[in-house]
Every structure is written in structure tokens, then in C-alpha cells.
Design a protein around this ligand. Structure first.
Ligand code: RB5
Length: 143
């Protein structure tokens, strides 16, 4: 699967770790920055990843900031983006199975590396169940 990854400085270290993890799992990753631990603005990376995911059907996004909160707020301003801020593996699975999440969001200052890797693995392995969830997911968008 193609995955577009982005973070601000608060998520920079975890982004690098999780890109390696995605590549080990056989996914193709495009890193949209940030490229250092210098202070920067998380919405810039949320918008960059959201634009790429929307333009590339079937792709996924990975976004990380310090808490995961700001970057998920920004990503979810894009119609068609369903960015899920996950703190557990179960949330990651449910966000895919029930909500057809297309962007996984993590907070580096909240979630440790081993748990973040487990969350990522579960997110990538789970699939949308469709059925009764399809209409609910369609209703997320305001017409
Ligand atoms: C940056 O210090 C921090 O505010 C940012 O990474 C994020 O946590 C915002 O929601």
C-alpha cells in the first residue's frame, strides 16, 4: 500500500521510526516532512498529507504531532479525509473496520514507540467492513 507520512517537529522522531516499520511491512512510503526537529507548524503537514491521500485513490496517510490533536483537526478539515487519532490498537482496528479511516494519527508525546508500532501494524492490517457502516461513513460528509 502507498502511505503518505507527515509530522511536525513534535512527531519527527516517531515518524522516522514508523516509516521504517511501514517499509519493513512492505508498504511504499512517501515522507512529506518535516525533515528536522526544528520548530514548524503542524497544519502544513496535515494539509500536505491530506492532499496526497485525496489525489491517490486507495492510499493512506500517517500523521504525527506532539499530542496528535492539532494535526488530526487540520487533516479532518478536508472532505474525504477520515483521520483517526488512536491511542490503542483496538481503536486503530475499529477506525478501519467501522469508520474507513484513511489517515492514522499519533501523538509522539503521548504514545510510546512500541505501542505506536503496534497501533500502526493493526491499522494497516484491518479493513473496512462496509455493510451497515457504509451509509454512516457517507453521512460524515456535510452536503
Ligand atoms: C508543538 O509543540 C505541539 O503543539 C504540536 O506538536 C501538537 O501537539 C499540537 O496539537
Amino acid at each position: 500500500m502507498k502511505v503518505y507520512a507527515g509530522s511536525d517537529h513534535g512527531g519527527f522522531n516517531l515518524k522516522n521510526t514508523l516509516i521504517r516499520k511501514l517499509e519493513q511491512l512492505g508498504h511504499q512510503v512517501e515522507d512529506l516532512g518535516t525533515n528536522s526537529a526544528d520548530s514548524c507548524d503542524y497544519p502544513d503537514y496535515a494539509h500536505a498529507v491530506a492532499d496526497k491521500v485525496l489525489a491517490d485513490s486507495g492510499s493512506m496517510g500517517l500523521l504525527i504531532c506532539g499530542s496528535g490533536i492539532g494535526i488530526s483537526m487540520a487533516a479532518n478539515r478536508h472532505p474525504g479525509i477520515r483521520a483517526a487519532l488512536c491511542r490503542t490498537g483496538l481503536e486503530a482496528e475499529l477506525s478501519r473496520m467501522h469508520n474507513d479511516a484513511n489517515v492514522l494519527v499519533l501523538g509522539e508525546r503521548i504514545t510510546g514507540q512500541a505501542l505506536a508500532e503496534d497501533i500502526l501494524e493493526k491499522f494497516m492490517a484491518a479493513g473496512f467492513e462496509g455493510g451497515r457502516h457504509s451509509n454512516r461513513v457517507k453521512k460524515i460528509e456535510i452536503e
